[in-house]
Design a protein around this ligand. Structure first.
Ligand code: NAP
Length: 316
């Protein structure tokens, strides 16, 4: 009998679904109405041995409890802050994610956001489209990157890939994270110290309880009126009310954001500001990265149910 798996999210293209449906009996939660979902979680869910989910949806503790036979949760994405890791670990459930295969594309998007903010690309695009160029309206000069300091908060896979790119623009790198990291001489003593040293503060940490709202008014003030915040990590890391306040009062120069605390809802105060560049959580949203992420996420399920070690377990 095929192992039963629960599939969360509606991001799976037909070829991925065909790959899944050959070895597994799939329950597609995204295709169920709210009533059907409740009925499923109270009944057939007891047979489910695997979950395939996205980094954004994850698997909360209450839903996980509906799957008493669960053996593995495969996350499509590297962030596992939406997964109830501790309760699952206590039950001996394996959790996997998709690191590495998205690192370069996320780093590219991070640099694109930083450049778009420094050179005010969205404003310039609007300037041309609206006819302001023909009217010879005045334009504010942009800022160059050369000689500036990029402070990377979370110097892991993505943080280091961002640093490699920014060095090519003539920027100096500093970072902060809990461990010493690969270049201890570049590590600042604290997040506030990193912000004070940085022209661009680039957030590349995981989300979750340990980093919730750590980018607060104090950190933003340390970054200052000439400073720019770039966040591709998780919206929860930034106190968005403090950010909107700092940006609108000129205490912070600019921000470029790919992630938000309550996606897809972006605070109107941020949407209204010209000194903010916004993208809809698309760090890994390329044909190549998404294909590799799907292959790895499904590969983890296939490995587990073939009795082999999973390919990319999350250490808890
Ligand atoms: P990673 O290799 O695990 O790097 C994370 C880094 O953050 C580590 O070096 C870690 O060092 C540091 N860190 C962890 N907890 C911290 C804390 N409490 N305070 C300070 N530093 C901390 O992960 P990655 O592959 O680079 O991915 C990073 C994050 O990017 C993911 O978790 C995900 O949320 C986000 N992401 C976003 C997108 C997108 O589409 N926008 C795509 C992929 C990933 P220490 O443990 O030594 O502190």
């Amino acid at each position: 009998m095929k192992p039963q798996i629960a599939v969360f999210g509606n991001i799976w293209p037909d070829d991925a679904l065909r790959t899944l449906e050959a070895p597994f009996a799939c329950h597609h939660l995204a295709r169920m109405s709210a009533d059907e979902r409740r009925t499923f979680l109270k009944g057939p869910a007891v047979q489910v041995r695997g979950v395939l989910t996205t980094g954004t949806i994850g698997l909360d503790a209450k839903t996980a409890a509906s799957f008493p036979a669960l053996e593995i949760v495969s996350v499509h994405g590297v962030g596992v802050d939406a997964v109830a890791l501790q309760p699952l670990a206590r039950r001996g459930v394996i959790v996997t994610n998709t690191p590495d295969v998205l690192t370069e594309d996320v780093a590219d998007l991070t640099v694109a956001l930083l450049l778009a903010s420094a050179r005010r690309l969205p404003l310039l695009d609007r300037y041309v489209r609206s006819g302001h160029w023909q009217e010879a309206r005045p334009l504010q000069l942009a800022r160059s990157l050369r000689g500036k300091v990029a402070g990377i908060y979370g110097y892991g896979r993505i943080g280091q890939a961002v640093a490699m790119r920014l060095r090519a623009f003539g920027m100096a790198i500093r970072y902060f994270q809990r461990s010493a990291g690969p270049e201890p001489s570049l590590r600042c003593a604290s997040l506030a110290a990193l912000a004070a040293e940085s022209d661009y503060l680039v957030v590349c940490t995981p989300g979750g309880v340990a980093t919730r709202h750590v980018i607060d008014a104090e950190v933003l003030d340390a970054l200052g009126p000439e400073g720019t915040l770039v966040n591709i990590a998780r919206g929860s890391v930034v106190d968005e009310a403090a950010l909107a306040d700092a940006l609108s009062t000129g205490r912070l120069g600019a921000a470029a954001l790919d992630v938000f605390e309550d996606e897809p809802n972006v605070p109107p105060a941020l949407r209204a500001l010209d000194n903010v560049v916004l993208t809809p959580h698309v760090g890994s949203f390329t044909v190549e990265a998404r294909q590799a992420m799907r292959d790895l996420a499904i590969g983890n399920l296939l490995a587990h149910f073939a009795g082999k070690p999973v390919l990319s377990p999350v250490a808890v």
